[in-house]
Design a protein around this ligand. Sequence first.
Ligand code: NAD
Length: 468
Amino acid sequence: MNLTDSIRNTFSKQCKNNSLIGINKRMDYLVRLEHWIKDNEERIKVAHFKDLRKPESEIELAEIWYVLSEIRIAKKNLKKWMRPKRIGKSTLALATAQSWLHNEPRGVVLIISPWNFPFNLTIGPLVSALAAGNRVIIKPSELTPNVSSLMARMVDEVFEPERVSIFQGDQEIAKELLNYPFDHIFFTGSPSIGKIIMKAASKHLSSLTLELGGKSPTIIDDTAKIKMAVNKITWGKCINLGQSCISPDYILIHESKKNEFISELSNNLDRVYGRSFAHKTQSLDLARVVNLRHFERLDDLLCTAIEDGAVIVHGGEKDKNNLFIEPTLLDSIKLDMKIMQEEIFGPLLPIVSYKNLDECIKIINQRTKPLAIYMFSQSKRNINTIIDNTSSGGMVINEVKSHFLNLDLPFGGVNESGIGRSHGYHGFLTFSNQRSMQKNGQFSLVGLTFPPYTEWTKKIITLVSRYF
Ligand code: NAD
């Protein structure tokens, strides 16, 4: 059977197998998935190492622990999440009626995932989709083939294909899948491909979640504790070698703090990853650029910035054969440089200084709404000024990226950085159709307003419209 037939068969089998599953079956899937992950931790680590040379600790935390947390929280709360939610009455005219929300599965859903956190960003949404009772088809990224193959094996061992199926391959497979009328599409990837997905979803009016990217700024104001900022930014920028959707993309720093910040961050990068380029290359705590295309993209961003006047103040060395670029700090940045227009998604960090917060706000608001804004500050007033004058999917104060770890917080972007929310209960809701339910008895107050519109009925309608 060729791939086109296989996709058609799988989709139609999943559509036919549309009987609802209750809490026990959903729990069973979650437990089986949890066991498989726990039994195969070593293989998961090896696959990530082969694809991205990810540090073991990053795989443990950001891939395995994260997904197990999603499962743990879903298992703990599923009964509560599935319970119909009683809704109040906005009018006394419905005094005799009962209203509630009933979460039903969306149906057959498609998950398309990226390469940077390939396990987390595929299996995380899968957990939410299964908790909500859906049937799922997955298209993982072609750029991390070892992790994708392992996930295919996992899906094969844990689920029947009528519940979960996976199709590996590049954009052609994704395009083929997008011909089908999915009940929901959950896409994680770049804004440019997000637009293609949205167009494809519109063909069948499939509902859609887009978890996208963009430029997430980090503001450091004149009250910030620089050592704290430096520690946290080192981790946040260098995890997965900067290939993260919520990486600090560029720094906006008060001019009075710039020199201290550059000097402290340079020292800290040397302390954590080694003094020389050779040391950093050998460090097992730095991942690799995913492939040559992305290496060349980053190299071009760096070279173009330098041609346009940017100055390397730390790092700057690279090794094409090893797909490695050391963490690099850039000063003398102009806002119209290419590096300030595109999402960097790598270990390059432009540093832009500002004189006052208005300037800072202007720079952020001239760009598309970020997935995240980070701010290091001890001033409540400055923090509130940024909150009130900018918009983003999330904002973290005096830390970077940590909002992703709180599964009780909805995660997502705004417009170009994303549409919809994921994680924990919000992921469950994303994969559920919230059905508005109402039950009435034989006598209903609404019935008193029915025609024929006699004088008495008209009086009731006037009464209702004025007072209820
Ligand atoms: P991408 O958009 O290139 O690819 C994502 C997926 O889409 C892959 O599975 C790919 O095969 C598929 N795809 C590619 N072209 C397609 C097409 N024409 N039609 C249909 N599908 C197609 O993204 P990427 O390079 O894998 O990941 C990096 C991007 O993802 C960055 O922009 C990053 O910010 C974003 N991202 C966002 C989040 C989030 O949670 N918001 C998380 C990780 C990454």
